[in-house]
Design a binder for this molecule. Structure first.
Ligand SMILES: NC(=O)c1ccc[n+]([C@@H]2O[C@H](COP(=O)([O-])OP(=O)(O)OC[C@H]3O[C@@H](n4cnc5c(N)ncnc54)[C@H](OP(=O)(O)O)[C@@H]3O)[C@@H](O)[C@H]2O)c1
Length: 323
């Protein structure tokens, strides 16, 4: 097995290793020790304060680190994959003239679809970075467990990587090969840098139905998450007021307690559909997002019901009319 294949398997194993304990904890009763251990790792802010010890915790505003990592890493992957796509585009044209090999055509499709997925991810992580700085008012005393912190860092490294897992080995080889070619041949002899600029965009617009249906779902979730985050950010007037909590109203808050988590599931569902659904790694990424956020929503729902006597009983935790 080649090194790149091993990396792909490891990525899948990591997602499964993240999904299984959360699933088990979810199935077990909330009073079981395993469930409580997982909760202490996953809880943050208002739900974390249920646990007294601040040992092995970091400030919740460290959420910012996730999005800095996500923006830098996604942008880097996007740029390299885009340049690689240009390179493939040129070799497709050259090969098409001679024999039009179908495997080159399918490789070309996969690479441009990956560019499309990374573009969507880029839109998501930039907005989250902005919101973390300007919309949410993290209280100075809000904490999260160090395990939750490292899980977040892992997530925003592994998620963009998973979106390009179908062509990651080729992209990595290209990333190493490209600077060497540039140094040896100079700027005007590297083929994809001579390409017409419209060639950077045109292939993305010709990907067929799945990417565009997925992108529409993604944008639907994206818009609602932005609205729900704005509502959450407006609930606390001053950062210093640690215990200032209110019942949120408006948008999807009228149907579930954690519409921002629901919107996140819609966003990653959109990415999955845009990917065509043929890559197991992206399914596992989606699986992790679902179990992680359903688990967090259940904790939040319990907190709301304990905190507010007048909390609307018809609101589900996260999945409208189901849970
Ligand atoms: N993809 C993934 O696996 C994943 C994992 C985690 C998060 N995320 C995404 O990251 C986003 C933020 O998640 P999060 O868990 O940080 O959200 P959150 O805990 O619900 O809250 C975000 C901010 O709003 C405040 N807040 C929440 N409810 C409030 C209320 N009733 N009254 C006043 N203030 C309230 C919180 O204060 P407190 O800190 O005091 O609670 C915090 O400052 C979500 O959209 C989520 O989907 C994604």
């Amino acid at each position: 097995m080649e090194l790149e294949e091993i990396a792909k398997v490891l990525l899948r194993v990591a997602w499964i290793a993240g999904i299984l304990p959360i699933l088990v904890a979810f199935i077990l009763s909330s009073s079981s020790r395993f469930h409580q251990l997982l909760s202490s790792f996953a809880n943050r802010g208002k739900t974390f304060s249920l646990f007294t010890s601040n040992k092995f915790t970091v400030p919740q505003r460290f959420f910012l680190h996730f999005y800095v990592v996500a923006v830098v890493w996604t942008t880097l992957l996007l740029l390299i994959t885009w340049l690689y796509a240009m390179d493939v585009e040129l070799s497709t044209i050259a090969n098409h003239l001679t024999d039009g090999e179908s495997h080159i055509m399918s490789k070309r499709y996969i690479v441009w679809r990956t560019v499309f997925l990374l573009l969507l991810m880029e839109i998501q992580v930039w907005r989250r970075l902005y919101e973390t700085v300007y919309v949410f008012k993290y209280s100075p005393t809000a904490r999260m467990h160090i395990v939750g912190y490292f899980t977040g860092l892992f997530f925003y490294t592994a998620a963009p990587l998973s979106l390009c897992s179908m062509c990651a080995p080729e992209v990595v080889k290209f990333a190493f090969h490209c600077p060497a070619e540039f140094i040896v041949k100079g700027r005007y002899e590297v083929p994809f840098l001579k390409f017409d600029w419209s060639g950077f965009v045109n292939p993305v617009t010709k990907l067929g139905w799945f990417p565009w249906i997925g992108a529409t779902i993604f944008i639907w979730g994206w818009i609602h998450q932005r609205r729900c985050h704005a509502i959450l950010g407006s609930l606390r007037e001053h950062k210093e007021h640690t215990n200032e909590y209110r019942i949120p109203h408006g948008d999807w808050f009228e149907i579930v307690s954690c519409p921002h988590y629901l919107a996140e599931i819609v966003i990653y569902g959109g990415l999955l559909i845009a990917s065509g659904g043929s890559d197991l790694t992206i399914w596992l990424l989606f699986g992790f997002v679902v179990v992680n956020l359903v688990f967090a929503a259940a904790e939040t729902q319990r907190w709301y019901l304990r905190k507010f006597e007048n909390y609307p009983r018809t609101r589900g935790a996260i999945l409208p009319f189901i849970y």
